[in-house]
Design a protein around this ligand. Structure first.
Ligand code: PGA
Ligand code: ZN
Length: 427
């Protein structure tokens, strides 16, 4: 039974305050978790509450959230069975009473929700992935390494596109794919140094060189893959998250580095050309969240050949995903716990997508902590792929390293998603 819940204000990877939660059980066990925070957020995300007191952390303090956890949520959850995740989450949703968790804060509710899941797993003496996913949770995901950071994650000093990811799907285990990713990351670093481009990194640990066009980013990736001794396309593909809502202004996509603005239809053609020329397997947020109608066009043109993921546009929200499935505007959804705010709803969003033959792509946030919850979540939900940034920086590798442990623990029962990770087969 839940005995007590405490919370504290800690720092995330960007040096901003975030919430850490500890749940104590009546048998003396306890579990801890921490909440991440995004920068390129969707407008329909559950609300991340901040104090707004500009004398502390520029207004980003979370003291109110801590108080909401300790004074409102904790007393109400006391003596509940920690294994009853659904009741715990529903109780908090009821306590909050709003559609978007704006009263108590999604950062309050999610912290408690995740800590309860972890405490329950410990109580049942199960690893978190087995507790959430059952005995069938044995498949390791393909890691998508964000090795080139742009957009807001590099303060617009790099490419327009926020994320260029390496996808080493040709490896035969997670451990091997992690090694490939790290080797290509280092080959890319050497290549950038040779070209006198910056090797400073962005929010997710990827390099943020000031490239002249978005295509140049892909040329760099392909060259780095080769130099590391791998074959682009066969061993390692590319995934892209332009986070296009961030550069969609006045009805056009403003490509700053190329000094031009494209209409939605032109943007779709722009992607089609990239897909023709590079081994792209996944495109996330190719169009903006306010451009729903044109997503249909994007899906008609590219949806049969690559995975088209909605992030800012769906916000891990089962209601929005249901509408998107009905309108047939994509074929996969991103999964971010803090976009929706509870473990129960995150699982529901994933299951809904999977039930309809859609892909589900688990993701970290650009502001992270060393909490590795999403590593277990990915295996539990059998999503086949996840993104947790570059194969560098502590808060990013925390997740990848946890997946190494899971693979080791599963032993011969473990399998690796490889080329079957995506909703469309690798070409
Ligand atoms: P965010 O970026 O965490 O800053 O929202 C991640 C993403 O867009 O996928
Ligand atoms: Zn995204």
């Amino acid at each position: 039974l839940i005995e007590d819940i405490i919370a504290r204000e800690i720092l995330d990877s960007r040096g901003n305050p975030t919430v850490e939660v500890e749940v104590y059980l009546s048998n003396g066990q306890h579990a801890r978790t921490a909440v991440p925070s995004g920068a390129s957020t969707g407008s329909k995300e559950a609300v991340e509450l901040r104090d707004g007191d500009t004398l502390r952390f520029g207004g980003k303090g979370v003291r109110q959230v801590i108080q909401n956890i300790e004074e409102i949520i904790a007393p109400d959850l006391q003596d509940l069975d920690v294994r009853d995740q659904k009741s715990i989450d529903e109780t908090m949703i009821g306590l909050d009473g709003t559609d978007n968790k704006s009263k108590l804060g999604a950062n309050a509710i999610l912290g408690v929700s995740m800590a309860c899941a972890r405490a329950a797993a410990d109580y049942c003496d199960l690893p978190l992935y087995a507790y959430l996913g059952g005995p069938g949770a044995t498949r390791l995901p393909v890691p998508c390494f964000n090795v080139l950071n742009g957009g807001v994650h590099a303060h617009w000093q790099g490419a327009d596109f926020q994320e260029c990811m390496l996808v080493p799907y040709g490896a035969d285990s997670f451990r091997e794919s992690l090694r490939w990713g790290a080797e290509i990351y280092h080959a890319l670093q050497a290549l950038l140094l040779e070209k006198h481009l910056s090797v400073g990194v962005g929010d997710e640990g990827g390099f943020a060189p000031a490239v002249d066009s978005n295509h140049e980013s892909y040329d760099l990736l392909v060259e780095a893959i080769r130099r590391a001794g791998f074959e682009p396309g066969k061993d390692c593909g590319i995934a892209i998250d332009p986070a296009s809502s961030e550069f969609f202004k006045d009805g056009k996509y403003q490509l700053r580095t190329e000094n031009r603005a494209l209409s939605s239809a032109e943007m779709v053609d722009y992607y089609a050309e990239i897909v023709r020329n590079y081994p792209v397997v996944l495109l996330e947020d190719g169009l903006a969240e306010d451009d729903w109608e044109n997503w249909k066009l994007l899906n008609e043109k590219l949806g049969s050949s690559i995975e088209l993921v909605g992030d800012d546009i769906f916000c891990t929200n089962p209601k929005i995903i249901a509408q998107a499935i009905e309108d047939n505007i994509a074929n996969a959804t991103l999964i971010k716990l803090n976009q929706i705010g509870t473990v129960t709803e995150t699982i529901a969003a994933t299951r809904l997508a999977q039930f309809h033959g859609w892909g589900a792509f688990v993701s970290h946030r650009s502001g992270e902590t060393t909490d590795d919850f999403i590593a277990d979540l990915t295996v539990a939900l059998d999503t086949g792929h996840l993104k947790s940034g570059a194969p560098a920086r502590g808060e990013r590798v925390a997740k990848y390293n946890q997946l190494l442990r899971i693979e080791e623990e599963l032993g011969t029962a473990a399998s690796f998603a490889g080329k079957k990770a995506f909703v469309r087969p690798v070409r």
